[in-house]
Design a protein around this ligand. Sequence first.
Ligand code: HAM
Length: 421
Amino acid sequence: MSNPIQSVRGMNDCLPDAADTWQAFEAIVRDWLRRYGYREIRTPILEHTGLFKRAIGEVTDIVEKEMYTFVDELNGESLTLRPEGTASSVRAVIQHNLLYDGGKRLWYTGPMFRHERPQKGRYRQFHQVGVEALGFAGPDTDAELIVMCADLWRELGIAPTLQLNTLGDHAARQRHRARLIAHYEAHRDVLDADAQRRLHSNPLRILDSKNPAMQAINDAAPKLMDELEDEALAHFDAVQQRLHASGIAYEINPRLVRGLDYYNRTVFEWVTDQLGAQGTVCAGGRYDGLIAQLGGKPAPAAGFAMGIERLLALVDAGGRALETAAPDAYVVHAGAAAEAYAWQVAAVLRGAGLAAILHCGGGSFKAQMKKADASRARYAVIIGDDEAAAQQVTLKPLRGTGEQTRVELALAIDYLNNATT
Ligand code: HAM
C-alpha cells in the first residue's frame, strides 16, 4: 500500500468537533456584524497578482516572500491566492461602483494564504473575519471600528489589549522617510542584512525589526509623531476622545507600523500574551489612499481583520464556552413495521425543526443504543413493533437523569422542544 497523502504543510483540516465551535463563533460574529449594519461581500479567492502588489506594496514581507503565486498555464496570467481581504474588497467596490450612492459598510470571512513558516498560531492557510468601512473619512468611523471589536471581545469573554498609533498622512510620511534614511545611513555599520536591503525601499519597516542588535538604533530613530500635520493630529485626538468616552483602554505604540503599505493615520492591533509569539488577534486601520491607488474615484476607508484561529485559541484559553448544538434525537428501530414508522417519525421531527438522526444499517436494539449514545443526541427515540402499531414513540434521555416515557408523536415534539436534558 502506498503512503496516504497528507494535507499541505501549514494548511489544516477543520474536523467536525472543531467545525461545531467555528460555526458557533461564526453565528456570534454574523449577529454582531448585523447589529452594526455591516453587509457581507464575497470575492474570489484568486486574484490577479498585480492587485496585491499594488495594494499591499512591493517591498513588504507578504508580497516579497509569502504569496502563493502561479502562472495560469491556459492563458499565461499571473494569479495569486489572496493573502488578505482588503485588496479584493476594494477591487470589487471599484469594479462595481459600489460607492456611487455613498459609503458602504462591508465584511467578509474566509481562507487567506501566506507562505510563512508555520508555528502555533501561524498557518499558511488561515481564516479571517474582515470589516471594511469605505467612503467614511471621520475619526468617528475609526473609533467605532475599535469599539465594535471591544464589543465582540466582551461577548466572547476575552480581553486582548489595544495598541494604537497614527501614521499621519502621505507628506508627513515622506518627510519621516527621508529622515529615517539619513539616520540609518549615518549608522550603516550596525544595520543587519534585512535593514540594509530595506534602507531605501522601505525604511519604515526597519523600525519593526525583532533583532535585538537593532534595538538601540531604532530607539534613537526620528519619530513620525514629530512630523505629523495638525489635521492628522486632530484626527488622532478625536479618535482617542471617543475611545475614552466609550471606556476603551489603549496604549499608544509609536512602533506600530503594520506590515502592509496602504495604511495612513489611525492604525491599531489587539494583542494578547496568552498565545505565545503570535499574539496579534486583530489588526487594522485607515487606508484613505488605497481606493484611488487601485484606480477608483478617491474615497477614504478604514477597516480591520481578525485571525479566527488565534481568536478561537484565545477563547479556548479562558473565554466563553462556545455552545455547540448536539442532535436532538437518535431514532432506533427494530422490525420491518418499526423501520417504516421510524422513517415517518424522523421526517416529522425534522419537519418540526428538530435534529433527528435515523439509525441506518440495522443491528440489535443494544447495538443501536450504543450508536445513539455516541451520537451525542439528547434523546433516543425508540420504536419497536408495539410503538409502530400504537403510533407512539418511547423517549429515553441519554444525558442527565430523566425517566424513559412513551408518548404520542405530537407530544414527543413538545417534549423534545422543551426538554432541557
Ligand atoms: P494583517 O495584520 O496582515 O492585516 O492580518 C490580520 C490578522 O490576521 C492578524 O492580526 C492575525 O490575527 C491574522 N493572521 C495574519 N497572518 C496569519 C497567519 N499566517 N496565520 C494565522 N493568522 C494570521 C490584514 O490582513 C489587513 N487586511 C487588515 C485590514 C482590514 N486592514 C484594514 N482592513
